[in-house]
Structure formats: structure tokens, C-alpha cells
Ligand binder design. Structure first.
Ligand SMILES: Cc1cc2nc3c(=O)[nH]c(=O)nc-3n(C[C@H](O)[C@H](O)[C@H](O)COP(=O)(O)O)c2cc1C
Length: 326
């Protein structure tokens, strides 16, 4: 067992969190991760209404007695979802851990804190993590440039970002982005993190409620197969390369600074159900991390989590300890 401030804070067995993922973070995913001793997270905004989120939380409670969380992503630009409604569903659903992402959760901290909820803010820079600390977040999930999804605009990989976070933060932090195996867990702990957050790696598990084509795509992809889109819109996203992504990149090149989200709407809006549920892999752009290069199998969440933890323990007690004695 590896015990850290994060396992203690979240009341979980292993320092491994499953980050919120659009059209992946359903009750089945969250329950599988939590039952395996990690922290599973339901993606709030994948549920079309707060009422649907309440039902998804209830479904997850039926599948696990262990703690699980809900992700609330504060989206830039698009019409604002009913955040107060989603927060009400979270509180009434007895959720005690929320992962926030996107913009600062400051406006929503009072109801979350009054309900005794631990808030983990996922952010891509030390300055945003410090802001999270200042407004009362309990932990930060520090998301490096390698990550699947939105790495921000600073492009700092975790080999620098994590030790920088360790220099500045007082609240515990989790290493997010590129994480997928035991060596990385040990490295993250060495760099000051109290655990790891995995997105992409959890999609390639038996229980992930996505089409087999998505899992196969991850096993077949290498670390060279992701790219960044929407940089000119300052909404950079790391995605798996495909034909839709090529079309986006061509439009970004030809339209330059004049590009607007409407120009790529067909490739990015409403595509997740087609990809994740129907397995139509060319339907649009979907978030995927460089860690795809380290994904070679489709284990159960229990096999994945327990495998990472037990190998990490042996790296610490054998390889690293032997270096010292040698
Ligand atoms: C398919 C997919 C969908 C994602 N959707 C969301 C989301 O809706 N909200 C969010 O905060 N993060 C989202 N993320 C980011 C993950 O929670 C996590 O921070 C990221 O995947 C970590 O990097 P990794 O993929 O290298 O593990 C998504 C990631 C993936 C791969």
C-alpha cells in the first residue's frame, strides 16, 4: 500500500484518481475505479441536465460503496450550463469530492465548502494552482503539457511543472497528464506529488463504457499520434490524429488568426457520442494524451491500479533502495 496525503484526504486505498472525461466518465467507469481502490469520477456535464446527473450519481451509489467524485468543467465561451443546478445535484447526491477544471471555481466555492466537499482543482500552471490554493481548494491536480484534453497555453511538461508546483504549493497536489504506469507514479511522488491522475489510460480498460474501437485505437497509437488543435482560439486541445483533425489543422492554417469556433464546429461539436458510443473513429476530434504510447493492453481497472501500485512498491523497495545501498 502507498499511503499519501491524498489517499488520506479522499479516503481511498491507492493514490490514483480517474480524471473526469466527457462521454467516458459514466457511473460504470467511476464505480470500477473506486471499487479498485482509486478515486472514480463522474463527468458532470456529460449529463444533459442536473436531474440526469442526480440519476447518474444514484446509479453509481448502487455500484459502489467506496468514495467517488464528480467533475465540473467550467467551459470557456459556449453558453453556460446550469452550474448551480449541477452543484445542487452533487450536494444532494451525497458527493464529498469534486474535481473542478477549466476556469477558476471561485464563484462556486461557498456552496461546495458548506456541504463539506473536498475540491480538487485541475489546472495547467503553477499560478492557477496557487490561485486554487488561495480560494480554498483542498488539492490541485497539476496537468502537464503531455495530457489528453486541454493542456492550457504554457506548454510546460510535468518534468518541470511538478517540481515547480512542489516549490510553491502548500496544498497537496496530484500529478496529471501522461501518467499510466508504475515508473511514472514513483517519479511523480519523487517530484512532490501525492498521487497521480489518469485520463487516457483509464479509457483502455475492460470496464470503460466506450466502444471497443476507442480502446483498440489507444493500444494501436504511439506517443507520436497526438497533436494540438484550437491553439489559435486559445482553447488548445490534445487529440488523437485522424481525418477530422487533419481538416481542423488545414482550416487553422488557411484561416490563420481569423478562425472562429464556428469554422470547425462540424469536427468538434457533438462528436463524442459518435466516437465513444458508436465507435465511429473519424467522426471528429477527441481528447487523447501522449501516454497512448505506453498503452499496450486493456486490463480491468483493478488489474491496472493494483499492478501500478505493486510495481511502484517494488521500484521503491528494490531498484531505488539498492541504488542507495550500492
Ligand atoms: C477523452 C477525454 C475526455 C476528457 N474530458 C474532460 C472533461 O470533460 N473535463 C475535464 O476536466 N477533463 C477532461 N479530460 C482530461 C482528463 O480529466 C485528464 O485531466 C487528462 O486526461 C490527463 O491526461 P492523460 O490523458 O495524459 O492522463 C478528458 C480527457 C480525455 C482523454
Amino acid at each position: 500500500m502507498i499511503k499519501t496525503k491524498i489517499t488520506e484526504m479522499l479516503n481511498i486505498d491507492h493514490p490514483i484518481v480517474q480524471g473526469g472525461m466527457h462521454y467516458v466518465g459514466f457511473a460504470e467507469m467511476a464505480a470500477a475505479v473506486s471499487n479498485a481502490g482509486g478515486l472514480g469520477i463522474i463527468t458532470g456535464l456529460t449529463q444533459p441536465t442536473p436531474d440526469d446527473l442526480a440519476k447518474e450519481i444514484a446509479r453509481c451509489h448502487e455500484m459502489t460503496d467506496k468514495p467517488f467524485g464528480v467533475n465540473l468543467t467550467f467551459l470557456p465561451g459556449f453558453a453556460a450550463p446550469d452550474y448551480p443546478g449541477y452543484i445542487k445535484a452533487i450536494i444532494e447526491g451525497g458527493i464529498k469530492i469534486v474535481e473542478t477544471a477549466g476556469r477558476s471555481p471561485e464563484a462556486f466555492m461557498p456552496p461546495l465548502k458548506e456541504a463539506g466537499i473536498k475540491v480538487i482543482h485541475k489546472c495547467t500552471s503553477v499560478r492557477h494552482a496557487l490561485k486554487a490554493e488561495k480560494i480554498g481548494c483542498d488539492a490541485a491536480s497539476v496537468d502537464g503539457f503531455e495530457c489528453g484534453g486541454h493542456p492550457g497555453e504554457d506548454d510546460i511538461p510535468n518534468m518541470i511543472l511538478l517540481p515547480r508546483a512542489a516549490e510553491e504549493l502548500k496544498i497537496p497536489f496530484i500529478a496529471s497528464g501522461g501518467m499510466g504506469n508504475a515508473q511514472q507514479l514513483v517519479a511523480a511522488l519523487a517530484m512532490g506529488a501525492e498521487g497521480i491522475n489518469m485520463g487516457t489510460r483509464f479509457i483502455a480498460t475492460k470496464e470503460a463504457p466506450v466502444h471497443q474501437n476507442v480502446k483498440d485505437a489507444l493500444v494501436n497509437a504511439s506517443e507520436l499520434d497526438t497533436t494540438l488543435i484550437m491553439r489559435p482560439l486559445r482553447n488548445t486541445e490534445r487529440v488523437l490524429k485522424n481525418d477530422a483533425v487533419n481538416r481542423i489543422l488545414e482550416k487553422e492554417k488557411s484561416l490563420g488568426d481569423k478562425i472562429q469556433i464556428q469554422d470547425i464546429f462540424g469536427e468538434v461539436a457533438g462528436v463524442y457520442p459518435k466516437i465513444m458510443q458508436e465507435g465511429t473513429m473519424e467522426a471528429g476530434a477527441w481528447s487523447c494524451g501522449m501516454v497512448a504510447g505506453l498503452i499496450h493492453d486493456i486490463p480491468t481497472c483493478k488489474e491496472l491500479i493494483e499492478g501500478i501500485v505493486s510495481e511502484a512498491e517494488s521500484i521503491i523497495s528494490s531498484r531505488l533502495a539498492n541504488l542507495k545501498s550500492a
